[in-house]
Design a protein around this ligand. Structure first.
Ligand SMILES: Nc1ncnc2c1ncn2[C@@H]1O[C@H](COP(=O)(O)OP(=O)(O)OP(=O)(O)O)[C@@H](O)[C@H]1O
Ligand SMILES: [Mg+2]
Length: 349
């Protein structure tokens, strides 16, 4: 079947090239014949022979370093700490606003660790660590990752040097600045060797038994640098804004996480749901898009939404979570409901 056409310049003439994107039937007939013959002579079922051939092929590419299979097992943390990750391919949808509010609200009763995994350092900023003042600080996420990768597997035990205090007594934070970019190649190399430093970091945090919940803020990306974080985290939620780009970004993000988790469809074991942020209840768009999206993902869209509110930006200017700065504003009440729903969905008390 021809599905694509390409044009190429050659000798002044435009040559039209048609590309085949599927095997011609002669190849599949030939393969089927080979397998049938092999099956006949060995008395092994054809489906088993195909499985075996695939395994050999996969093994060959793993050994050559050109293919890295995604491990399907969910990460196991002995003390069952929840590592809740906020992810979204699209920027500015409210990841940091949500995580900072969740952190502040949860931290009134529970022991919370925040992890800023975004080189922008926006979460760190809201909890007392301004990136400009902290670039030389060697106690940030990138340095923890480096230390882990310089230690023998599973031997790193310096996690408490990185869980820094915040103005809130029950909340600690692992901060981040753009210096984390220098670890990207190290992390990539490690991942090819089947080593995930984020899993080791999270295992060390879990072993502390010091936190009821760990919240992770990420950068707007579904690039390779998100893979180790996605593989290490246990639960996800995706904020989105009620507009076309927001919906496309959220779709891509869920697809990416689902693939990384080795699943073909999303499931509640890892996905806590989508939630709409910056909703202007007076617009037709919100009235149309939100119900449509709920139909597309039954059971996976939170009932609670947060409205768009100027207080978020005002609180941001003061480098404070909005729920702390304006506890009785509409947005703060909305986000508290979102948190309640997320906590119920992930089975926390
Ligand atoms: N509900 C809201 N009402 C009004 N403004 C909001 C709301 N949520 C977020 N904002 C504002 O939108 C901007 C982006 O929010 P935020 O930084 O939380 O998004 P993000 O997804 O973390 O962005 P990035 O992708 O850059 O990390 C900020 O200026 C924030 O104050
Ligand atoms: Mg952010």
């Amino acid at each position: 079947m021809f599905t694509g056409e390409r044009y190429q310049k050659g000798g002044g003439r435009i040559i039209r090239i048609k590309r085949r994107t599927r095997w011609p039937s002669t190849v599949s007939i030939q393969l089927t014949d080979e397998f049938r013959r092999l099956s006949f002579y060995t008395s092994v079922q054809m489906s088993d022979l195909i499985d075996e051939a695939m395994q050999d092929l996969i093994q060959k590419y793993i050994e050559s370093g050109r293919y890295r299979p995604v491990k399907e097992e969910a990460p196991v943390y002995q003390n069952h700490t929840t590592f809740l990750c906020c992810a979204a391919n699209k920027g500015g949808v409210g990841k940091t606003f949500t995580i900072s509010s969740f952190g502040h609200l949860l931290g009134k009763k529970k022991r919370v660790l925040l992890i800023d995994a975004d080189p922008q350092g926006n979460l760190s900023k809201k909890f007392g660590y301004i990136p400009d003042d902290n670039r030389g600080n060697k106690q940030q996420l990138g340095d923890a990752i480096k230390e882990i990768l310089e230690s023998p597997i599973g031997q790193w035990n310096n996690v408490e040097a990185f869980t820094l205090p915040t103005p809130y007594p029950k909340i600690d934070i692992i901060i981040c600045t753009d210096t984390i970019s220098t670890t990207r190649l190290m992390v990539n190399d490690a991942m090819i060797q089947q080593r995930n430093p984020y899993k080791e970091l999270f295992t060390a945090i879990d072993a502390l038994q010091k936190y009821d919940m760990v919240l992770i803020d990420t950068r707007p990306s579904i690039e390779h640098d998100m893979v180790p974080i996605i593989l290490a985290a246990t639960k996800f939620f995706i904020p989105l804004t009620p507009d076309r780009d927001g919906i496309d970004g959220a779709n891509d993000t869920l697809k990416f996480i689902t693939q990384m988790k080795g699943k073909s469809v999303p499931d509640a074991d890892f996905f806590a749901g989508f939630y709409f942020n910056k909703v202007n209840a007076n617009t037709m768009l919100a009235h149309q898009l939100i119900p449509q999206f709920r139909e597309l993902y039954p059971g996976f869209v939170l009932q609670s939404v947060t409205t768009i509110g100027e207080d978020v930006n005002k609180a941001q200017t003061d480098l404070t979570p909005v729920t702390d700065k304006y506890p009785s504003s509409r947005v703060s009440k909305d986000i508290a409901k979102v948190l309640k729903e997320v906590v119920e969905r992930i089975g926390e008390k």
